[in-house]
Ligand binder design. Structure first.
Ligand code: ZN
Length: 185
């Protein structure tokens, strides 16, 4: 799944703060966007879907951060809690996407996301066949609705920008993958 899809999913959770604590809904959303994207920074580091993906351990951060935010609600504690939640949901949901290879639509790789707890790769379920697939864009679009409709200002603008980036990525995803596979990148 695209990083932008994960960020939009995070905003869906953050939007739950709107009826409860509207004054913290924006930091919740911004924390969720950052946390939704954060695990995929490992694409540029060592091992994608491994180094910064923790399908189990991020939940410990969630368990620690939400009580802190509830007892001591500030912009930063709330943002941190939703950052952890979005990163945790991201890491788990990557197992429902495609494999890690350059051309995941060809069903070419058995690695979905790495479980540091089990010390092995979790196989991809391919409900979302690959990152940048039309179904991925559909999920991104649906999950962008709270950010677009319930928020204004920065969160709405970022949600719109991410959706535009997602749509563009879907168009170029296969050519990029085919190019990478041909040149063994
Ligand atoms: Zn990921």
């Amino acid at each position: 799944m695209m990083s932008t899809t994960h960020a939009a999913v995070g905003v869906c959770f953050a939007a739950l703060a709107l009826p409860v604590a509207p004054e913290f809904a924006v930091p919740a959303a911004l924390g969720a966007i950052a946390g939704g994207i954060f695990p995929d920074l490992d694409v540029a580091v060592v091992a994608h879907r491994k180094t910064l993906h923790f399908p189990e351990h991020y939940w410990l951060a969630v368990l620690a951060a939400f009580p802190v935010a509830a007892v001591w609600p500030t912009d930063y504690t709330v943002a941190a809690a939703f950052f952890a939640l979005a990163a945790a949901v991201h890491s788990v949901s990557d197992m429902f996407g495609g494999g890690l290879g350059a051309r995941p639509w060809a069903n070419d790789d058995p690695r979905g996301v790495y479980s540091h707890y089990r010390g092995e790769w979790i196989r991809p379920r391919r409900w979302i066949p690959y990152d940048g697939s039309p179904r991925d864009l559909l999920v991104a679009a649906v999950c962008s609705l709270p950010g677009l409709l319930l928020y204004d200002g920065l969160v709405r603008n970022v949600s719109a920008a991410m959706l535009a980036i997602s749509a563009a990525y879907v168009v170029v995803r296969k050519p990029i993958g085919n190019f990478a596979a041909r040149h063994d990148l």
